[in-house]
Design a protein around this ligand. Structure first.
Ligand code: B12
Length: 323
C-alpha cells in the first residue's frame, strides 16, 4: 500500500505534518525549515519510526509566529526567540515593540536584499518580496500607510525597498520578477486609497498624470495620484507608456488644471512633446517629474520629490494636504 507523502503513516502514534507540507503551508523552502530547526531549535516535536520529521499543531504555531515576526522586519534570531517563548496559538500577536532588531540585510533562502539603515517595516516588506509573497507585501504596505500615511510610507518604507531591489539587480542581474511583484503590490495599495478618497466636487478640474511614451516606470505617479486624491483633487492616472496622440486626446477631453509627465530615463524625456500639447481654455499648467528630465522647457515646473510635487500641486490648485 502507498501512503500520501504529506499524511502521517496510518497507525502512527505521533501524527503531524511533514517538512514538505509545512513548507507549502507557510510558503517557504523546506531547506529554510531545516535551518530554523538546526539553528534555533524550531523543529518538529515528533518523529515517526523511520525518523521522519512530523510537525504537530504547536510546532506549526511557533513557526507561524516566527514567520509573522520575520515579515514584520524582526531579525531571524529575535524572531526565533519570540517564537520559542510564545507558547503560541497561530493567532496570538507578536509583541514587536519589545525588540525590533537591526540588521543591514534581509535574507530568504539564498537571496539577500541589502537594506542598511531601513526600518522594520521596510525589512519586513523586503523579506516578503524575496519570498515572492505578494499578499504579505500588500498587507505590510497597507499597514504602513494606515500607521504612517501615504507620503512617509513611500519615502521611508517603499523607496528603500525599491532601491535595494534595484541594487541587487545591478549587482546580480536577478530579481526583475521581484521588482514587478513589489510594484504591483504598491500600485494596488495606493490605488485602493485613491479610490477610497472622498469624491471631489464636479467643478474641480482634474490633474492628468502620465508617463512619457516608452516609459514604464509609472509607480511614482500612482503614489502621487493617491496623495492628491486625498487632498480632494480629481486625478486621471494614465499609466505607463502613453502615446503622444493619446495624451493630446486626454488633454482635449478632460480640460485639466494640470498635467504631470513622468520620465525615469532621459531617453523618454522629450521636451518637444510638452511644446506640442494642445492649448485649452481655461489653460492648464504642465509639470515634469522623474530623474529623466535633465532639461524641461522654461514654461514648465519640475517636481523633484513626492513631497515637493504634493506641495506644489496643492498650492497651485488651492487645496491643502494634511499629511
Ligand atoms: C520599479 C522599477 C521598475 C518597474 C516599474 C513598474 C512600474 N509600474 O512603475 C519595472 C519592472 C517595469 C521596471 C522596468 C525597467 N527598469 Co526599472 N526600476 C524600478 C525601480 C526599482 C523603482 C522605480 C521607481 O519607482 N522609482 C522612484 C523612486 C523609488 O526612486 P528614487 O531614486 O528613490 O526617487 C528619486 C526621484 O525619482 C524622486 N521621487 C521619488 N518618488 C517620487 C514621486 C514623485 C511624485 C516625484 C515627483 C518624484 C519622486 O525623488 C528621488 C530623488 O531623485 C528603479 C530603481 C529606483 N530606485 O528608482 C529601477 C530603474 C529605474 N529601472 C531601471 C531599468 C534599467 C529598467 C529596465 C530597462 C530593465 C529592468 N530592470 O527591467 C526596464 C525598462 C522599463 C521602461 N522601458 O521604462 C534602471 C534605470 C537605469 C537608467 N536610468 O539607465 C533603474 C534605476 C534600476 C537600476 N539601478 O539599474 N523597472
Amino acid at each position: 500500500m502507498t501512503t500520501q507523502p504529506d499524511t502521517p503513516r496510518p497507525g502512527a502514534d505521533t501524527p503531524g505534518l511533514t517538512v514538505a507540507a509545512v513548507a507549502r503551508r507557510l510558503g517557504i523552502a523546506p531547506a529554510t525549515l531545516r535551518t530554523w530547526d538546526r539553528r534555533y531549535g524550531l523543529g518538529p516535536s515528533a518523529h515517526t519510526a523511520g525518523s521522519h520529521r512530523r510537525y504537530r499543531p504547536a510546532d506549526l504555531a511557533r513557526l507561524e509566529v516566527m514567520q509573522r515576526a520575520l515579515l514584520q522586519g524582526v531579525t531571524p534570531a529575535e524572531a526565533a526567540r519570540l517564537a520559542l517563548g510564545s507558547g503560541s496559538t497561530p493567532s496570538s500577536p507578536v509583541l514587536l515593540s519589545a525588540a525590533p532588531g537591526v540588521a543591514d540585510q534581509v535574507r530568504v533562502g539564498g537571496s539577500v536584499l541589502r537594506l542598511a539603515g531601513a526600518g522594520r517595516r521596510a525589512r519586513g516588506i523586503g523579506r516578503a518580496a524575496l519570498a515572492m509573497d505578494a499578499s504579505a507585501v500588500r498587507r505590510l504596505v497597507d499597514e504602513a500607510v494606515t500607521a504612517d500615511g501615504l507620503v512617509p510610507t513611500w519615502d521611508t518604507v517603499v523607496r528603500p525597498v525599491l532601491g535595494a531591489i534595484a541594487e541587487r539587480w545591478e549587482s546580480t542581474g536577478a530579481g526583475v520578477e521581484i521588482e514587478h511583484l513589489v510594484s504591483e503590490a504598491v500600485i494596488a495599495v495606493y490605488g485602493a486609497r485613491a479610490l477610497a478618497a472622498p469624491r471631489p466636487p464636479a467643478e474641480v478640474r482634474p490633474v492628468l498624470l502620465a508617463c512619457m511614451p516608452g516609459e514604464r516606470h509609472s509607480l511614482p505617479l500612482s503614489v502621487l495620484a493617491a496623495v492628491i486624491a486625498e487632498c480632494g483633487v480629481p486625478c486621471r492616472p494614465l499609466g505607463a507608456d502613453l502615446p503622444l496622440d493619446a495624451l493630446v486626446a486626454a488633454v482635449q477631453r478632460s480640460a485639466p488644471a494640470a498635467v504631470v509627465l513622468w520620465a525615469q530615463d532621459r531617453r523618454t524625456a522629450d521636451p518637444a512633446a510638452i511644446d506640442g500639447l494642445p492649448r485649452t481654455r481655461p489653460a492648464f499648467r504642465s509639470f515634469t517629474a522623474g530623474p529623466g528630465w535633465e532639461s524641461s522647457p522654461a514654461s514648465v515646473t519640475h517636481l523633484g520629490s513626492l513631497s515637493e510635487a504634493v506641495d506644489t500641486l496643492c498650492v497651485f490648485l488651492g487645496v491643502t494636504h494634511r499629511n
